[in-house]
Design a protein around this ligand. Structure first.
Ligand code: F6P
Length: 358
């Protein structure tokens, strides 16, 4: 009898339940039902607190199309994992203890960047771990694509489509804020799919005067509306020159004001046209997974089950050249996959005259 634990950690996204289902169904097939699956509540928080329950086979049915995660999730910062806080809990020891108490043969972890650092830590601590790459940001190293990205892309594109019609009617500039703090994948793709005129991503610092020039030129060309797609982590040329400490203090001072609002305010000093800001925020992570993500999550889930059958631990299932392949956790942990400035999609955008504000 195999015993497998499963948890989802970090920000939720579409496709988590589809992946959980893929893992579970794959395991029941691989082990001819001779397997017990423990669902761990709210990610690493539940593993630390020992909150888990034995799941029934039927609980993995009917969840393919459901958004969010049936297991719950939480953000447990990696940098705090080895720190003993006020509650006096040794988090790493507590997680190992829960693993032992459940008698697990393997722990399946679904998550993004922070989650993978802790997954690697647990693997280094001797636990059998297999992980799956989730995040709408698509910024996980070791995989061409993460599940959640395409669903969020569909939502973000729909938002930009809808803004187009109202922008045209009113002859306005719309600044739309797309998720992605450190990597601009979602904004690059949504901006291109939604026909944005200017796309600002964290990898390419923007110059507000260049943006104003593009807007003015569009106006002179008789194009009375414009769409600026801004990644929430976009930075100006001035900000890109700041040291780490200075930038942190600068962000703290900015508080909860979004970069889109800052850009809109700066542009309104330079441009005589109505500007509106739209922040779809967590709507991008909500709702049912796209058909693409349902297939992707299922493929990753089935891949994880096969890996467990082979007793091959310490890997994340990744996608390379449209093939699901195991990637060592040590190679994934702590590395960010940002948009290279010579990325083919980015270059194609430039070729058709989309500005990146540089
Ligand atoms: O990591 C996914 C993500 O949706 C990012 O795009 C976004 O910056 C962040 O999570 C938001 O985090 P939270 O859900 O904690 O507000």
């Amino acid at each position: 009898m195999k015993k497998i634990g499963i948890l989802t950690s970090g920000g939720d996204c579409q496709g988590l339940n589809a992946a959980i289902r893929g893992v579970a169904k794959g395991l029941y097939e691989e082990f001819d039902d001779d397997v017990l699956i423990y669902g761990i509540k709210d990610g690493y928080r539940g593993l630390i607190a020992g909150e888990y329950s034995l799941m029934k086979k039927y609980e993995f049915s009917g969840i393919l199309t459901v958004g969010g995660t049936i297991l719950g999730t939480s953000r447990q910062p990696f940098k705090m994992m080895r720190k003993i806080e006020e509650d006096n809990v040794d988090k790493v020891a507590a997680m190992k203890e829960s693993y032992k108490r459940m008698g697990l043969d393997c722990l399946v972890i679904l998550g993004g960047n922070g989650t993978h650092k802790t997954a690697n830590l647990l693997s280094e601590e001797g636990l059998n771990v297999v992980s799956l790459p989730k995040t709408i940001d698509n910024d996980l190293w070791g995989t061409d694509i993460t599940f959640g990205f395409h669903s969020a892309l569909d939502v973000a594109t729909d938002v930009i489509d809808r803004l187009h019609t109202t922008a045209t009617s009113h002859g306005r500039i719309f600044v739309v804020d797309i998720m992605g703090h450190k990597a601009g994948w979602l904004n690059l793709y949504a901006g291109m799919a939604g026909g944005a005129d200017i796309i600002l991503i964290p990898e390419i610092p923007y110059d507000i005067n260049k943006i104003a020039n593009v807007l003015e030129k569009r106006n002179n060309d008789g194009k009375k509306f414009s769409i600026i797609a801004v990644a929430e982590g976009a930075i100006s040329v001035e900000e890109s020159k700041m040291g780490k400490k200075e930038f942190k203090a600068h962000l703290a001072q900015r508080g909860s004001v979004s970069v889109s609002n800052i850009i809109a305010d700066k542009l309104s000093e330079k441009i005589n046209q109505e500007i509106r800001v739209v922040i779809p925020g967590h709507i991008q992570r909500g709702g049912s997974p796209s058909a693409y993500d349902r297939v992707l999550s299922t493929r990753f889930g089935a891949g994880a089950a096969s890996l467990i059958k082979e007793e091959k631990y310490g890997y994340m299932m990744g996608m390379k050249n449209n093939e699901v392949v195991p990637v060592p956790l040590a190679e994934v942990a702590g590395k960010l996959k940002t948009v290279p400035i010579d990325n083919e999609v980015l270059l194609a955008a430039r070729k058709i005259g989309i500005s990146f504000g540089d």
